[in-house]
Ligand binder design. Structure first.
Ligand SMILES: [Zn+2]
Length: 306
């Protein structure tokens, strides 16, 4: 499904709430305070719309409680549209676009977009150990620098600093993009150790850093980019590179520049879009709903059929 802007979930408070409820609670409301499903809907004019009472812990709640939408003054249909717009755009949506399209202030649009990026941060279900790769699996690891663009610099001011990002991609699996303080063996190793199983076949470029970290894995192959040796059998890092190309189009084309403070949030968004891409059979609506599910406090990985 593509986004049909006439859908009442983007205009009508009740329709938007019903949609958020059906996505968050496919089996009926669940108390965000204690997890109980013994609940009563509070109807009548004396109650706030959408208010539900938990019969177990006696606390009231609505669908936005315990989510990135909690205590927001932005109307629910605008949140739903924000989720759909951001989830369906490969190149990203700027806060200026959201401000115009949702009819909210620029400040509110910025806040909403940052909250939605937070919802897109979906942690995998693991016992705390790495979850990418494994025996016979290939993971590509590559680094790039993202940040300001020379073209936007005026009056001889120095070029805004670019900041390093590591991308890990399991072939046929998930991708992680992490901002790192610097590209040293120590920083890159930390990211790899956290996410990639040691039994993995690691693919990198031929940098000194890669040489160091490659030793931690069952097998390591490296391609020499400086010699135009991009593809040698299955030794390549093209998947990571396509992701970086997408990230750069997004950062420079849509947001123009991204500060170091917020860089990880933009990387999280790009990672979410990549992991929920349409070639995996996930359409715009399903992708938006995955982000809405990620909006609740307890973050879960919603595994997709491959
Ligand atoms: Zn409860």
């Amino acid at each position: 499904m593509t986004i049909n802007l006439t859908n009442p979930i983007f205009h009508d408070e009740d329709a938007a709430r019903a949609h958020l409820e059906s996505v968050r609670w496919p089996n009926g409301p669940e108390c965000p305070h204690c997890g109980s499903d013994r609940v009563t809907r509070l109807a009548g004019s004396s109650h706030r719309k959408g208010l539900i009472h938990c019969n177990a812990c006696e606390k009231p709640f609505t669908v936005t409680v315990g989510s990135v939408m909690e205590r927001s003054k932005i109307a629910m249909p605008k949140w739903v549209l924000g989720f759909y717009l951001m989830a369906s755009s490969k190149k990203g949506v700027s806060s200026h676009q959201l401000h115009r399209m949702l009819g909210i202030t620029y400040k509110s649009a910025w806040f909403l977009s940052m909250r939605i990026r937070e919802a897109m941060h979906i942690e995998p279900e693991t016992d705390g150990g790495p979850d990418m790769g494994g025996k016979g699996k290939i993971v590509e690891s590559d680094e790039t620098f993202v940040g300001g663009k020379k073209k936007n610099v005026h009056n001889g001011k120095p070029e805004p600093k670019k900041h390093p990002v590591v991308a890990l991609v399991e072939r046929g699996g998930t991708l992680r993009a992490r901002h790192v303080p610097n590209v040293t063996a120590k920083s890159v190793r930390e990211v790899l150790k956290k996410h990639v199983k040691p039994e993995t076949h690691l693919m990198t470029d031929t940098s000194l850093v890669a040489e160091h970290v490659g030793k931690d894995f069952a097998k390591h192959s490296a391609v020499n980019h400086s010699r135009d040796e991009y593809v040698r059998g299955n030794a390549y890092t093209n998947t990571a590179e396509s992701f970086f190309a997408l990230v750069k189009r997004k950062v420079y084309g849509t947001h123009h520049a991204v500060s170091e403070k917020h860089l990880q949030r933009y990387m999280t968004e790009a990672e979410f879009i990549w992991n929920n891409r349409s070639s995996k059979g996930i359409d715009d609506a399903a992708r938006a709903d995955n982000a809405i599910r990620g909006a609740k406090g307890k973050r879960l990985m919603y595994r997709q059929p491959n």
